[in-house]
Design a protein around this ligand. Structure first.
Ligand SMILES: [Zn+2]
Length: 501
């Protein structure tokens, strides 16, 4: 018990000094090993990649943490075949060392190895190690000499091999390995060599999983179950929800294609609403999720949705000369306006402010649907319609289709005229452009049905109408889908095909 307290204190001290995060924020980045759910980062990852990777060290079996070993207390990380110890007081490449897992495991087995007789089961060239009175022969010597830590020497030097495997502690003898095979075995300070003569080269010498034998095999990693609602085939520019069922998860993150999903905990599962981009290529699109578990591991899961071509028409728009002049004369202001609006969409307010279906924000004629590909004044199809246009007389009231906070309200926007953006929570925003008058102000909370402005023909328009758009994170989606049904869907639909990693 006293050990634990003692271990905690230096970690706190390091945190205060700002030393601890250094290895994590290193430029080498971080890698998640989905097989065991642990991440490797910074100096350890650099070291792992440079000095042999999977074959030499195996997978990570725990986080980077301060721990007491047979040699002292270090920041270290355990792998299947090694224990990587950090020594920030030393300069690179000596700031990363390997623990003496071979010696530790022999000690744990209380094996009196120093008095064991070498059965000399391998023939070939031998090398004597007077420090321990042992010799290494044949294929084991070839392996020992041809592998090493990269300390900057030419080829693989003696000291580099020594740094990787250490000195031989035992001679050769037949032992039963963890797979139950009887194999010629020799123990080193940091490794256990096993001879498998029937294997093809270069697999005749294999390294024992000493790290795993020391720390114990990890419990199986639970795979989060992923459900896609309302179905796994989604039209371009349409909405979906991703539900992750994981009772153990303390946090869930995920991606729909290359777009981040924002998850919220709901009862025993985690839910995110996403939108398939209006121009997304039809075909399969990956959903990837990462669930953080209480024990520090990360469980990953994948599902695939099928993106269906929505068959959006191409619209040829002729902007009147005064609108074209306005674009040409206000490039900088337009850029600033677009940047201001773009910065709002990715903001995720954790609290959900809407409930049930949205209602239409105004009355009038639907003159342009969502998704139409647009060519302006005979030019190429360069964009698409990211909302719907409802036309009526100037002064027609515009109401909030759902409760939300006003995060943008103003008149005189070059392209958008009088404009309002509502934040409904969970990364869902709605925008209202071209208004004659704006009747709400930023920071105000509005109820569903509350008047927010009056229809107009302000900004870059050809006539009075409301342009209404709905955004899920950075992507627009057809807002009519939020009037026709409730989001998130309350009825369970088809399940996403959860695949093994
Ligand atoms: Zn529009």
């Amino acid at each position: 018990m006293s050990n634990k307290k003692w271990v905690m204190l230096p970690m706190l001290a390091l945190l205060v000094l700002g030393l601890w995060p250094q290895s994590r924020s290193n430029a080498a980045g971080e890698q998640l090993f989905v097989e065991t759910g642990w991440r490797v980062g910074g100096h350890v990852l650099e070291f792992w990649q440079r000095s042999g990777g999977l074959a030499v060290f195996g997978l990570p079996l725990g986080p980077e943490q301060r721990e007491r070993t047979g040699d002292g207390t270090y920041a270290l990380q355990r792998f299947e075949r090694a224990r990587v110890e950090l020594h920030p007081e030393k300069r690179a490449p000596y700031n990363v060392e390997l623990g003496r897992v071979g010696a530790d495991l022999l000690a744990r087995q209380q094996r009196n190895w120093s008095s064991e007789i070498d059965e000399q089961l391998l023939t070939g060239q031998c090398r004597s190690f007077p420090e321990t009175g042992r010799q290494v022969c044949g294929p084991f010597l070839d392996y020992w000499l041809s592998h090493g830590l990269d300390l900057g020497d030419e080829g693989v030097s003696y000291r580099e091999s020594l740094a990787l495997f250490g000195l031989p502690l035992t001679g050769t003898r037949m032992e039963t390995n963890s797979s139950g095979d009887r194999v010629i075995t020799q123990w080193f300070e940091r490794a256990r060599f096993e001879y498998h003569p029937k294997n093809p080269q270069p697999y005749t010498v294999l390294l024992g999983r000493l790290g795993a034998e020391l720390s114990g095999e990890p419990p199986p990693l639970p795979q989060p179950a992923i459900a896609i609602l309302p179905q796994t085939s989604i039209l371009q520019g349409h909405t979906l929800t991703v539900e992750v069922k994981s009772s153990e998860a303390t946090g869930v993150s995920g991606m729909l294609g290359s777009t981040a999903l924002a998850f919220t905990r709901r009862d025993g599962s985690w839910l995110a609403i996403g939108a398939v981009h209006g121009l997304q290529q039809p075909g399969p699109l990956q959903v990837r999720v990462e669930a953080a578990l209480a024990d520090g591991r990360t469980a990953t899961g994948r599902a695939t949705i099928q993106v269906i071509d929505a068959g959006y028409p191409v619209e040829y728009i002729n902007l009147p000369p005064d609108v074209r002049d306005s674009i040409a004369n206000n490039r900088e202001a337009l850029e600033a306006e677009n940047a201001r609006v773009r910065a709002i969409w990715p903001v995720v307010t954790p609290q959900r402010l809407w409930n049930g279906r949205f209602i239409m924000p105004t009355e009038g004629v639907l003159v342009s649907s969502y998704g139409g590909r647009r060519s302006y004044n005979g030019g190429p199809v360069s964009s698409f319609h990211e909302g719907i246009d409802i036309a009526n007389a100037v002064g027609t009231p515009i109401i909030a289709p759902a409760a939300g906070n006003v995060v943008l309200a103003g008149t005189g926007f070059i392209a958008r005229g009088g404009a309002v953006i509502l934040d409904h929570g969970w990364g869902i925003h709605t925008g209202y452009w071209h208004m004659e008058e704006v009747l709400v102000s930023e920071g105000q909370f509005v109820e569903q049905g509350q008047v927010i402005g009056l229809m107009g023909a302000r900004g870059m328009v050809t006539g009075p109408h409301l342009h209404w758009e709905l955004r899920i994170g950075p992507h627009s989606a057809d807002p009519l889908e939020w009037i026709n049904r409730e989001w998130p869907p309350s009825q369970p639909g088809s399940r996403g095909k959860a695949m093994p990693r």
